[in-house]
Design a protein around this ligand. Structure first.
Ligand SMILES: Nc1nc2c(ncn2[C@@H]2O[C@H](COP(=O)(O)OP(=O)(O)OP(=O)(O)O)[C@@H](O)[C@H]2O)c(=O)[nH]1
Ligand SMILES: [Mg+2]
Length: 181
């Protein structure tokens, strides 16, 4: 079983995976300022049976990688527990993000929006982008998780919660309430 991370080039996919693995520094995840850095799918194993997949970005300089690899992967991968679709919080939903969103809807894979780069978002623009995103999720999606995760891979904001969510998806966290007495 596994989860994968998709999104525009430079949105912070590799950085997020690196942040998720920050407690295991031996895991080497390569990030870069240059968009189009991740050219092929990279698989990161967690334990025996769970995999995180870093994908090439779509949009700037990497459209072919995306169409050639990501789309077929989403269609054929049977044990894909969730797809995480990353959008940059400081710029909001772009045309390419909407295309990815439509693709996720078409494949009917359960997916979750992740808003990245929270550390560099101005409050006004962020609020506008988040409200817009909520509206799109509510009115235009059917297999998207209703609540986006807000994260920063620079200051680790939201990373632990997302880690727990992934562990939950992987079946290793029970949400049963523990007795308070
Ligand atoms: N301020 C800020 N910068 C970030 C964050 N996450 C990533 N970046 C920066 O954004 C740039 C791209 O990051 P990557 O993680 O390589 O992006 P990617 O989505 O994997 O890009 P491709 O592999 O080209 O598709 C790098 O310069 C990162 O340092 C974040 O949370 N905050
Ligand atoms: Mg990358």
């Amino acid at each position: 079983m596994g989860v994968c991370f998709i999104g525009r080039s430079n949105v912070g996919k590799s950085s997020l995976i690196k942040a998720l693995f920050s407690l295991i520094p031996e895991v080497e995840v390569r990030v870069s300022k240059t968009p189009g850095h991740t050219k092929k799918m990279n698989f990161f194993k967690v334990g025996k049976a769970f995999t995180l997949v870093d994908m090439p970005g779509y949009g700037h300089r990497a459209p072919r990688d995306f169409v050639d690899m990501v789309e077929p992967y989403l269609y054929t991968r049977e044990n894909l527990a969730r797809t995480f679709l990353l959008v940059d919080g400081s710029v909001g939903l772009q045309k390419a993000d909407r295309i990815a969103l439509e693709m996720c809807e078409e494949t009917r894979c359960p997916y979750v929006m992740v808003v990245t780069k929270m550390d560099k978002c101005g409050q006004g623009a962020l609020l506008r982008n988040l409200l817009n995103l909520q509206d799109v999720i509510k009115t235009q999606t059917s297999s998207c998780f209703p609540q986006p995760f807000l994260i920063s891979s620079v200051n680790y904001w939201g990373i632990h919660l997302l880690r727990c969510f992934i562990a939950h998806v992987a079946g290793s966290i029970s949400l049963k309430e523990t007795s308070k007495s």
